[in-house]
Design a protein around this ligand. Sequence first.
Ligand code: FAD
Ligand code: AMP
Length: 481
Amino acid sequence: MSSDSEQYDVLVIGAGPAGYVAAIRCAQLGLSVAVVEKWIDRQGNPVLGGTCLNVGCIPSKALLDSSERYHEINHAASAHGIKTGRVSMDVPAMLTRKDKIVQQLTGGIEGLFKANGIQWIQGYGRLLSDKKIAVINHASERAEYHGHSIILASGSVPIDIPVIPIDGQRIVDSSGALEFEDVPKRLAVIGAGVIGLELGSVWNRLGSEVIILEALDSFLPTADQQVSREAMKQFKSQGLDIRLSAKVTGSKATKKEITLTYESAQGKQKLPVDRVLVAVGRRPNTHDLIDESIELKRDERGFIDIDCNFMTSVTGVYAIGDCVQGPMLAHKGSEEGIAVAEVIAGQSASIDHNLIPWVIYTEPEIAWVGMSEQQAKKSGVNYKKGMFPYAATGRALAVNAPAGFVKVIAEADTDRVIGVHIIGRSASELIAEAVTVMAFAGSAEDIARTVHAHPTLSEALHEAALDADNLAIHKAAPKRR
Ligand code: FAD
Ligand code: AMP
């Protein structure tokens, strides 16, 4: 490694969906870019893509798909008249498929870096003064680089519970729960957030008894409450044992089992299990990222403070993605990556954080954008709502997915859509239409007057929009004079 300070227009720390997207857009805009990335995969190879590609969005969705197919064959094939013999799960083969998908995608980012002339600096980066970054590479050599602008995109890491130490085998974080080589008999999941629900679903479908312990007394409190209630009903019917007001306080591991202790309304409880997934949230990965000589403002949780142009308290140093405030979602980071690159290139760019869709990839899927009904009520806006059940659409019945509904919330006076909430098959895909309509300040009538193909699940959104004015076609009419 050279000890000279190499110069770039832009230096990025972190090649997750925030950092790598920022780098590509910078290159598209004619800037010279280098990205510092330290990630080493389980085979010992340096890789790009960050949490999302390596241990997050992509591998979890691969396992969700495999486990859903297994579950369907066992539990839903007969409804179609399909007769199967004994079906079994080859877990290592499932993991190999997942790994191949991850490798294909991380290799794809490497290809995009080459195609865009982006330099990948392998190693651990640390911000120094004067917009310099010190990098210690994987051979422990040190070098310094200088960027006219710097983008911090160091992402996030799982929060741990010190009294329940992760051992990577029986007590794991989300990365470990993507690697179980056999199906746990009894799996405790600590935390009923998105990650706990998705990975809990994977192993539940494959045959684990899954007990989810959640400290809060409410389930999915940020979702629309009608959606949360429906989700709880559906997940319980799938056999997920979700215990609310259950704060886990300790664990004791013996050779045979792990006994978790948790506090509930009934007092102290003990839960013996054979594996534990700690999924109590993520924290910004900003520890040891910034030299002590620099006063770069962070909040008490470690999120880097930024202004509306993604600039930190240090001029020329920007931050995006999970290491700044906002939803910890890949597409939020990527949009910020595009916007910050455009700002650095002298253009103006902004993101409407109210239009970031949220998705939970369980079955049924859950997706929403904009205000929930409880938020609309709290804000005092005069609103109306339309609802439509999946069970009343032909396609949902044809594909054996009658569970769920679509809910559209619109301003009563202007008809402008302010929130759309979907629980049901393919909600993750359907929400895109709602985001587009809201991005154009569209109305419920705009959705209602748009032709939706028949039979599709999107007709449920169409009908929910019609229902905002009591005009849904396939729903019992409200009493009219
Ligand atoms: P990251 O992806 O965390 O990338 C940060 C990168 O910076 C890492 O590669 C890291 O190695 C590197 N880095 C950090 N510090 C340094 C340093 N000092 N030097 C060099 N490199 C450094 N989001 C969704 O939108 N949809 C999903 O379905 C979804 N599923 C998820 C499932 C799981 C199990 C998990 C854990 C997360 C999931 N997420 C999902 C969240 C998503 O992964 C994150 O929001 C996203 O990865 C954040 O992107 P980022 O670029 O900000 O950070
Ligand atoms: P999220 O932040 O969405 O990933 O969700 C994490 C969840 O874990 C939150 O709902 C927290 O309330 C929950 N949680 C945090 N600590 C504990 C704990 N000790 N026991 C049970 N649940 C917890």
